[in-house]
Design a protein around this ligand. Structure first.
Ligand code: PLP
Length: 226
C-alpha cells in the first residue's frame, strides 16, 4: 500500500464511522501526523490532498515548514515548552496541545508581538494518568474563564490522547466524557472562545472516537505503514 492508498483507506474508514453515527464525513478534519517522517513523506501526503499536517516537536516542525512548499495548515500536537513558543508562532495554524495556563499566556504574549491571534485547543487529561499532560476535567472551566480574557489567543476546542488500552471499546467512555464536556461548553459565551474542534482519535482508535463525536482525528501510523 502506498501513502496515497493508505490515505484513501483512512478516508473511507472515517466516512463509514461518520455515517454509523449519523454525521457528515465532511465535518471531520483529518490531520496527517508526520512526526519522525521525512520531508518527502509530507510532500506525498500533500499530493494526496491532505491540507492539515501535525508535528509534535518544534524543531522538526520548523524544518519541515521551511522545506515544504504548499498550502498547509501546520498543527502542533506535542508537549510545547514555553521557551520554544516563539519559534513556531509565526506560522503554526493550531496549537492543539495547550496543557497549562502558563503556556497559553506565553502563546498570547508571543502572538501579540507579531499581531497574530493564535488558535489553540486545550488538552484535557480525561483518564487522569500521571504520565499525561493536560488540564484535569475540573480545571477546564476555570482555565477557560481565565484564558478567554487574553487577546491574542482564540480557544477553538478541546483535544485528548486516549489511554493505551488493548481493547478500543474500553476507550469509548473516555471519548464520550470529553464530548460531553465539549457539548456543555458549546453554549458558553466568553471572548475569544468557540467550541469548534473536538480533536480525538489516532490510528488505533479513530473510528470509536468519531462514533463518540470527534470532528478532528490525528493519524500517523495508518497513513505511513507499508
Ligand atoms: C503520534 C501522535 C498521533 C498519531 O498517532 P498514530 O498512532 O501514529 O496515528 C496523534 N496525536 C498525537 C498527540 C501524537 O503524538
Amino acid at each position: 500500500m502506498s501513502i496515497n492508498e493508505n490515505i484513501q483507506s483512512v478516508r473511507q474508514r472515517i466516512k463509514n464511522a461518520a455515517k454509523r453515527s449519523g454525521r457528515d464525513p465532511e465535518d471531520i478534519t483529518l490531520v496527517a501526523v508526520t512526526k519522525n517522517r521525512p520531508v518527502s513523506a509530507v510532500e506525498e501526503v500533500i499530493k494526496a490532498g491532505i491540507r492539515d499536517i501535525g508535528e509534535n516537536r518544534n524543531q522538526e516542525l520548523l524544518a519541515k515548514y521551511k522545506a515544504v512548499d504548499g498550502d498547509v495548515n501546520w498543527h502542533f500536537i506535542g508537549h510545547l515548552q514555553r521557551n520554544k513558543v516563539k519559534y513556531i508562532i509565526p506560522f503554526v495554524y493550531l496549537i492543539q496541545s495547550v496543557d497549562s495556563t502558563a503556556l497559553a499566556e506565553e502563546i498570547s504574549k508571543r502572538a501579540a508581538k507579531i499581531e497574530k491571534v493564535q488558535d489553540i485547543l486545550l488538552e484535557v487529561n480525561i483518564s487522569g494518568e500521571a504520565t499525561k499532560y493536560g488540564f484535569s476535567p475540573k480545571e477546564v472551566v476555570p482555565a477557560i474563564e481565565e484564558l478567554a480574557q487574553l487577546k491574542n489567543i482564540y480557544i477553538k476546542g478541546l483535544m485528548m490522547m486516549a489511554p493505551l488500552l488493548d481493547n478500543r471499546e474500553q476507550l469509548r467512555p473516555y471519548f464520550a466524557e470529553l464530548k460531553e464536556m465539549f457539548d456543555d461548553l458549546y453554549s458558553r459565551h466568553e471572548p475569544n472562545f468557540e467550541m469548534r474542534y473536538l480533536s480525538m482519535g489516532t490510528t488505533g482508535d479513530f473510528e470509536v472516537a468519531i462514533e463518540e463525536g470527534s470532528n478532528m482525528v490525528r493519524i500517523g501510523t495508518a497513513i505511513f505503514r507499508p
